[in-house]
Ligand binder design. Structure first.
Ligand code: NAP
Length: 309
């Protein structure tokens, strides 16, 4: 299937272009970007122009930041195109519900992707936790904003969600692997004095069986990066590290099970999009985003040192 890629920036070039190129399902037929292009691919700098000129391209993948994404997604759905959304799927939950309704009205597929859910050991962690009683659950997501978002001012603007941009990746794994639904009970958000979004956050959750549950996100970590989820259960301790790529149970790597056949998060996302388009359907799980919205609703705000690149 031919696909158009919109917003040729960091994630499009790092992940989407190689994943599409390596896939037998997809052919990158056009790009839409004001500054970026992909060598050998027809380039548009205007989305309406692409939709009008290329009615043969039935699928559009949006790699823009969350705030401008809704207008592009709505146009594409109204034009009868199937749409794949980078995470988070919109700037607000209401936008995302509107997009789901539009997709349904226009009988096209819509996929809110959560790339971290496709990390190699997430499915194994989910399976292991399915029949365990969790006593304590701790998420630690600490990375260097300068390394992963160099010069991207949109992450500090309203709707950019700050440290929740990586934090929502952790929440996408948490909401995938936990057998029971949880909800936020308190949050502390640290805002740099000169910015509109938090640089760090500490969250606590209600767990229906009384497990102690917390998450800590921090964008000020230099050197080694930490993307870890630890679950202490009645039958051992599970630790997912490297953002879901590595799993240990009581300090030992479990024997390899039936790992997904494709290597890599983005190849798996594109394989799922191909299935969704072929079968028809909407995959719009908003649970990671709900926790972020709750954190902004009930979070206590602390002002910390200004942030400059
Ligand atoms: P980015 O490089 O800053 O932005 C992607 C492209 O979007 C830009 O190159 C720009 O292209 C276009 N764009 C930016 N603002 C726009 C606006 N107001 N209107 C229209 N187009 C605009 O960001 P990114 O790091 O690729 O992130 C994009 C999305 O991917 C985010 O939702 C992010 O959470 C997600 N993501 C990022 C990473 C990462 O490591 N950075 C990892 C996974 C997922 P033109 O100027 O050429 O139009």
């Amino acid at each position: 299937m031919e696909i158009a890629l919109v917003g040729i920036g960091k994630i499009a070039l790092d992940q989407h272009v190689p994943a599409i190129a390596a896939s037998a399902d997809w052919e990158l037929a056009a790009t839409v970007s004001r500054h970026g292009t992909v060598e050998g691919v027809e380039a548009f700098d205007d989305f309406d122009a692409m939709l009008a000129a290329r009615p043969d391209i039935r699928v559009v993948s949006l790699c823009l930041p969350p705030v401008p994404r809704f207008a592009y997604a709505a146009k594409a759905l109204r034009a009868g195109r199937h749409v794949m959304l980078e995470k988070p799927p919109g700037a607000t939950l209401s936008e995302c519900h509107t997009l789901a309704s539009l997709a349904s009205d226009h009988r096209v597929s819509l996929y809110a992707t959560w790339h971290s859910r496709e990390a190699g050991k997430v499915a194994a962690a989910k399976a292991w936790l399915a029949d365990r009683t969790i006593r304590r659950f701790r998420v630690t997501w600490k990375e260097d904003v300068r390394r992963w978002h160099p010069g991207q001012d949109w992450i500090w603007e309203p709707g950019g969600i700050g440290v929740f941009d990586p934090g929502i990746n952790a929440l996408s794994i948490v909401t995938a692997i936990l057998p029971d639904p949880v909800h936020l009970t308190s949050a502390t958000l640290e805002f740099p004095a000169n910015r509109q979004t938090p640089i760090a956050a500490a969250l606590r959750f209600f767990h229906p069986h009384g497990a102690e549950m917390e998450a800590v996100f921090d964008w000020r970590q230099t050197g080694d990066q930490t993307w870890t989820i630890e679950a202490v259960t009645d039958a051992g301790t599970l630790v997912l590290t490297d953002g879901g790529a590595t799993l240990s149970i009581d300090g030992m790597a479990p024997p390899d099970g039936d790992d997904a056949p494709l290597a890599g998060e983005y190849p798996r996302l594109y394989a799922k999009m191909a299935q969704l388009v072929a079968g028809g359907g909407i995959d719009m799980d908003l649970s990671p985003m709900r926790h972020v919205a709750d954190a902004f609703t009930i979070g206590r705000r602390i002002t910390v040192a200004p942030f400059d690149w």
